[in-house]
Design a protein around this ligand. Structure first.
Ligand code: G3P
Ligand code: MG
Length: 254
Protein backbone atom coordinates (compact mmCIF):
# COMPACT_ATOMS: atom_id res chain seq x y z
CA UNK A 1 0.00 0.00 0.00
CA UNK A 2 2.88 2.40 0.73
CA UNK A 3 6.12 1.28 -0.92
CA UNK A 4 7.75 4.63 -0.14
CA UNK A 5 9.78 6.06 2.69
CA UNK A 6 7.73 7.01 5.71
CA UNK A 7 9.13 10.34 6.86
CA UNK A 8 9.51 13.21 4.40
CA UNK A 9 11.03 16.65 4.76
CA UNK A 10 8.21 19.14 4.12
CA UNK A 11 8.93 21.75 1.43
CA UNK A 12 12.43 20.37 0.99
CA UNK A 13 14.03 20.99 4.35
CA UNK A 14 11.21 21.80 6.73
CA UNK A 15 11.71 24.95 8.78
CA UNK A 16 15.50 24.81 8.80
CA UNK A 17 16.12 26.34 5.39
CA UNK A 18 14.20 28.45 2.89
CA UNK A 19 11.33 26.29 1.66
CA UNK A 20 11.30 24.76 -1.80
CA UNK A 21 14.92 25.57 -2.65
CA UNK A 22 18.02 23.52 -3.38
CA UNK A 23 19.39 24.81 -0.07
CA UNK A 24 16.44 23.09 1.60
CA UNK A 25 17.33 19.82 -0.12
CA UNK A 26 20.95 20.16 0.97
CA UNK A 27 19.76 20.80 4.51
CA UNK A 28 17.56 17.70 4.39
CA UNK A 29 20.49 15.65 3.11
CA UNK A 30 22.65 16.93 5.97
CA UNK A 31 19.99 15.66 8.38
CA UNK A 32 19.97 12.24 6.73
CA UNK A 33 16.75 12.76 4.76
CA UNK A 34 16.33 10.98 1.44
CA UNK A 35 12.62 11.77 0.93
CA UNK A 36 10.92 15.08 0.36
CA UNK A 37 7.63 16.87 -0.29
CA UNK A 38 7.58 20.07 -2.34
CA UNK A 39 5.19 22.29 -4.32
CA UNK A 40 5.11 22.93 -8.06
CA UNK A 41 3.23 25.47 -10.19
CA UNK A 42 3.56 26.97 -13.64
CA UNK A 43 5.37 30.10 -14.69
CA UNK A 44 3.85 32.31 -17.41
CA UNK A 45 5.60 30.35 -20.15
CA UNK A 46 4.18 27.05 -18.88
CA UNK A 47 7.45 25.88 -17.29
CA UNK A 48 6.97 24.24 -13.87
CA UNK A 49 8.75 25.95 -10.98
CA UNK A 50 9.07 25.02 -7.31
CA UNK A 51 6.99 27.49 -5.29
CA UNK A 52 4.32 27.29 -2.63
CA UNK A 53 2.50 30.61 -2.89
CA UNK A 54 0.87 31.57 -6.21
CA UNK A 55 2.06 35.15 -5.69
CA UNK A 56 5.27 36.97 -4.85
CA UNK A 57 5.86 38.78 -1.59
CA UNK A 58 6.49 36.17 1.09
CA UNK A 59 9.40 33.96 -0.01
CA UNK A 60 10.37 36.11 -2.99
CA UNK A 61 10.47 39.90 -2.97
CA UNK A 62 8.13 41.63 -5.39
CA UNK A 63 4.49 41.66 -6.26
CA UNK A 64 2.04 40.01 -8.60
CA UNK A 65 1.42 36.37 -9.42
CA UNK A 66 3.89 33.64 -10.21
CA UNK A 67 2.16 33.25 -13.59
CA UNK A 68 2.93 36.90 -14.40
CA UNK A 69 6.59 35.92 -14.85
CA UNK A 70 8.47 33.56 -17.14
CA UNK A 71 10.48 30.76 -15.55
CA UNK A 72 13.85 32.36 -16.31
CA UNK A 73 12.69 35.58 -14.63
CA UNK A 74 11.63 33.61 -11.54
CA UNK A 75 14.88 31.67 -11.59
CA UNK A 76 16.67 35.01 -11.30
CA UNK A 77 14.77 35.95 -8.15
CA UNK A 78 16.05 35.44 -4.61
CA UNK A 79 14.06 32.83 -2.68
CA UNK A 80 16.56 32.61 0.18
CA UNK A 81 17.15 36.05 1.66
CA UNK A 82 13.75 36.19 3.40
CA UNK A 83 14.85 33.24 5.50
CA UNK A 84 18.36 34.35 6.35
CA UNK A 85 21.30 36.29 5.00
CA UNK A 86 23.33 33.11 4.56
CA UNK A 87 20.78 31.98 1.96
CA UNK A 88 21.00 35.15 -0.10
CA UNK A 89 20.97 34.43 -3.83
CA UNK A 90 19.23 31.06 -3.54
CA UNK A 91 17.05 31.02 -6.66
CA UNK A 92 13.49 29.91 -7.31
CA UNK A 93 14.23 26.43 -8.71
CA UNK A 94 12.96 25.16 -12.00
CA UNK A 95 11.12 21.90 -11.35
CA UNK A 96 13.38 20.08 -13.84
CA UNK A 97 16.53 21.15 -11.95
CA UNK A 98 15.04 20.44 -8.54
CA UNK A 99 13.83 16.98 -9.53
CA UNK A 100 17.13 16.18 -11.23
CA UNK A 101 18.97 17.14 -8.02
CA UNK A 102 16.69 14.84 -6.04
CA UNK A 103 17.20 11.99 -8.45
CA UNK A 104 20.98 12.43 -8.51
CA UNK A 105 21.07 12.38 -4.71
CA UNK A 106 18.69 9.46 -4.19
CA UNK A 107 15.95 11.64 -2.72
CA UNK A 108 12.46 10.23 -3.23
CA UNK A 109 9.83 12.83 -4.18
CA UNK A 110 6.25 13.52 -3.25
CA UNK A 111 5.49 16.22 -5.79
CA UNK A 112 2.58 18.39 -4.77
CA UNK A 113 0.91 19.88 -7.84
CA UNK A 114 -0.07 23.34 -6.64
CA UNK A 115 -1.85 25.07 -9.53
CA UNK A 116 -2.67 28.73 -9.45
CA UNK A 117 -6.46 29.10 -9.62
CA UNK A 118 -7.59 28.64 -13.22
CA UNK A 119 -4.47 26.68 -14.26
CA UNK A 120 -5.37 23.31 -12.77
CA UNK A 121 -5.48 21.28 -15.95
CA UNK A 122 -2.33 22.71 -17.54
CA UNK A 123 -0.39 22.33 -14.31
CA UNK A 124 -1.38 18.71 -13.72
CA UNK A 125 -0.48 17.82 -17.29
CA UNK A 126 2.84 19.69 -17.35
CA UNK A 127 4.06 18.31 -14.01
CA UNK A 128 3.09 14.75 -14.94
CA UNK A 129 4.83 15.02 -18.32
CA UNK A 130 7.98 16.53 -16.84
CA UNK A 131 8.08 13.80 -14.18
CA UNK A 132 7.60 11.10 -16.78
CA UNK A 133 10.44 12.51 -18.86
CA UNK A 134 12.80 12.18 -15.89
CA UNK A 135 11.63 8.72 -14.80
CA UNK A 136 10.89 6.98 -18.09
CA UNK A 137 13.20 4.09 -17.27
CA UNK A 138 11.90 3.51 -13.71
CA UNK A 139 8.27 3.70 -14.87
CA UNK A 140 8.92 1.20 -17.67
CA UNK A 141 10.77 -1.13 -15.31
CA UNK A 142 7.95 -1.02 -12.79
CA UNK A 143 10.22 0.38 -10.07
CA UNK A 144 7.25 1.85 -8.24
CA UNK A 145 9.12 2.88 -5.10
CA UNK A 146 11.60 4.97 -7.10
CA UNK A 147 9.01 6.88 -9.10
CA UNK A 148 7.68 10.08 -7.49
CA UNK A 149 4.17 10.25 -6.09
CA UNK A 150 2.08 13.12 -7.45
CA UNK A 151 -0.40 14.71 -5.04
CA UNK A 152 -2.77 17.64 -5.19
CA UNK A 153 -5.73 19.32 -3.54
CA UNK A 154 -6.94 19.93 -7.09
CA UNK A 155 -8.85 16.95 -8.43
CA UNK A 156 -8.83 18.60 -11.86
CA UNK A 157 -5.04 18.69 -11.78
CA UNK A 158 -4.90 15.05 -10.69
CA UNK A 159 -7.25 13.99 -13.47
CA UNK A 160 -5.03 15.79 -15.98
CA UNK A 161 -1.96 14.09 -14.50
CA UNK A 162 -3.70 10.72 -14.75
CA UNK A 163 -4.55 11.31 -18.39
CA UNK A 164 -1.05 12.54 -19.27
CA UNK A 165 0.91 9.90 -17.36
CA UNK A 166 -1.35 7.14 -16.03
CA UNK A 167 1.63 5.10 -14.80
CA UNK A 168 2.73 7.69 -12.25
CA UNK A 169 1.01 7.11 -8.91
CA UNK A 170 -1.30 9.80 -7.55
CA UNK A 171 -2.58 10.78 -4.12
CA UNK A 172 -5.52 13.02 -3.27
CA UNK A 173 -4.86 15.78 -0.73
CA UNK A 174 -7.62 16.65 1.71
CA UNK A 175 -7.70 19.01 4.65
CA UNK A 176 -10.24 16.72 6.30
CA UNK A 177 -11.27 13.45 4.65
CA UNK A 178 -14.78 14.03 3.25
CA UNK A 179 -17.62 11.53 3.57
CA UNK A 180 -17.57 10.81 -0.17
CA UNK A 181 -13.81 10.17 -0.35
CA UNK A 182 -14.13 6.70 -1.90
CA UNK A 183 -15.70 7.58 -5.27
CA UNK A 184 -13.51 10.67 -5.58
CA UNK A 185 -10.30 8.77 -4.94
CA UNK A 186 -11.33 5.84 -7.13
CA UNK A 187 -12.31 8.10 -10.02
CA UNK A 188 -8.80 9.54 -10.03
CA UNK A 189 -7.20 6.11 -9.80
CA UNK A 190 -5.31 7.37 -6.76
CA UNK A 191 -3.31 5.03 -4.55
CA UNK A 192 -3.29 7.14 -1.40
CA UNK A 193 -4.94 9.86 0.63
CA UNK A 194 -2.90 12.71 2.10
CA UNK A 195 -4.62 14.46 4.96
CA UNK A 196 -4.04 17.17 7.54
CA UNK A 197 -3.22 15.13 10.66
CA UNK A 198 -5.24 17.60 12.77
CA UNK A 199 -8.44 16.28 11.21
CA UNK A 200 -7.60 12.59 11.23
CA UNK A 201 -9.14 10.18 13.70
CA UNK A 202 -8.23 6.58 14.46
CA UNK A 203 -11.47 5.34 12.92
CA UNK A 204 -11.01 7.30 9.69
CA UNK A 205 -7.45 6.02 9.45
CA UNK A 206 -8.77 2.49 9.86
CA UNK A 207 -11.43 3.04 7.20
CA UNK A 208 -8.91 4.24 4.62
CA UNK A 209 -6.42 1.50 5.40
CA UNK A 210 -9.05 -1.25 5.30
CA UNK A 211 -10.14 0.01 1.89
CA UNK A 212 -6.62 -0.64 0.65
CA UNK A 213 -5.35 2.91 0.20
CA UNK A 214 -2.15 4.43 1.48
CA UNK A 215 -2.53 7.09 4.15
CA UNK A 216 -0.14 9.99 4.61
CA UNK A 217 -0.34 12.98 6.95
CA UNK A 218 0.90 16.55 6.72
CA UNK A 219 2.53 18.31 8.57
CA UNK A 220 3.50 16.55 11.77
CA UNK A 221 5.99 18.40 13.92
CA UNK A 222 5.40 16.81 17.32
CA UNK A 223 7.03 13.41 17.93
CA UNK A 224 4.26 12.35 20.32
CA UNK A 225 1.61 13.04 17.71
CA UNK A 226 3.74 11.31 15.08
CA UNK A 227 3.86 8.17 17.22
CA UNK A 228 0.11 8.31 17.73
CA UNK A 229 -0.82 8.48 14.06
CA UNK A 230 1.71 5.78 13.18
CA UNK A 231 0.02 3.57 15.77
CA UNK A 232 -3.27 4.19 13.94
CA UNK A 233 -1.72 2.68 10.83
CA UNK A 234 -0.76 5.88 9.02
CA UNK A 235 1.86 4.97 6.42
CA UNK A 236 3.91 8.12 6.41
CA UNK A 237 4.04 11.84 7.08
CA UNK A 238 5.98 14.97 6.29
CA UNK A 239 7.53 17.21 8.89
CA UNK A 240 8.99 20.69 9.27
CA UNK A 241 11.07 19.55 12.24
CA UNK A 242 13.72 17.50 10.54
CA UNK A 243 15.96 18.37 13.48
CA UNK A 244 13.56 16.75 15.96
CA UNK A 245 12.13 13.90 13.90
CA UNK A 246 14.73 11.87 12.05
CA UNK A 247 14.25 10.04 8.75
CA UNK A 248 14.15 6.71 10.60
CA UNK A 249 11.59 7.87 13.14
CA UNK A 250 8.83 5.56 11.91
CA UNK A 251 11.00 2.44 12.08
CA UNK A 252 12.23 3.42 15.54
CA UNK A 253 8.66 4.07 16.75
CA UNK A 254 7.60 0.45 16.12
O1 G3P B 1 1.56 18.05 0.64
C1 G3P B 1 1.15 18.31 1.93
C2 G3P B 1 1.30 19.73 2.37
O2 G3P B 1 2.44 20.30 1.83
C3 G3P B 1 0.10 20.55 2.00
O3 G3P B 1 0.16 21.84 2.53
O4 G3P B 1 0.35 24.26 2.17
O5 G3P B 1 2.33 22.98 2.95
O6 G3P B 1 1.54 22.72 0.62
P1 G3P B 1 1.13 22.99 2.04
MG1 MG C 1 2.92 21.16 -0.06
Amino acid sequence: MWPYQKVLAHRGGGKLAPENTLAALRCGLAHGYRAVEFDVMLARDGVPVVMHDPYLGRTVAGSGNVFDYDADELAGMDAGIWFGKQFQGEPVPLFADFAAFCKANGIWMNIEIKPAPGFELETGKAVAEATRALFTFEIGAGEVAQVPLLSSFSETALAAARDAAPDIARAVLFDAIPRNWRPRVKKLGAVAIHVNHKHLTASLAREVRLAGFGLFCYTVNNPIRAREILAWGVDGFCTDRIDLIGPDFAAAAK
